[in-house]
Design a binder for this molecule. Structure first.
Ligand code: HEC
Length: 89
């Protein structure tokens, strides 16, 4: 409950559906990311890592987070798209 998720700019509104994931899948990934990735550290900025780097990072962190394979994919897709968007600005 200490996370700045609601305080920062929400990336959702700017994500174009042209990426890997769109619509409900992207929203599920975003929700899992904010629910499961900030119990140990602050929620990382999607633009912190390159789109290419996120899937590997999420795979490593998914073990810590107890995410299923499907959930890991959703979070990785979300962060890949969100990173691409963040770095385009
Ligand atoms: C159980 C605790 C825990 C959870 C849950 C967790 N992390 Fe981490 N995370 C860590 C620790 C500890 C480190 C630093 C050491 C390391 O890299 O293993 C870290 C480091 C990171 C880094 C590197 C930060 C940097 O400064 O380079 C990223 C990115 C990251 N986590 C993303 C995530 C994502 C995405 C999730 C959700 C899928 C997640 N973490 C869930 C414990 C956690």
């Amino acid at each position: 409950m200490t996370a700045p998720a609601a305080a920062g700019p929400a990336p959702t509104g700017t994500i174009s559906p042209a990426g890997l994931a769109s619509g409900p899948r992207l929203e599920q990934g975003r929700a899992l990311f904010s629910a499961r990735c900030q119990s140990c550290h602050a929620l990382p900025e999607p633009g912190r890592l390159s789109p290419e780097a996120w899937p590997g990072e999420v795979r490593g962190m998914s073990r810590k987070s107890g995410l299923s394979a499907e959930q890991t994919t959703l979070v990785a897709e979300y962060l890949t798209v969100a990173s691409r968007e963040a770095r385009r600005r």
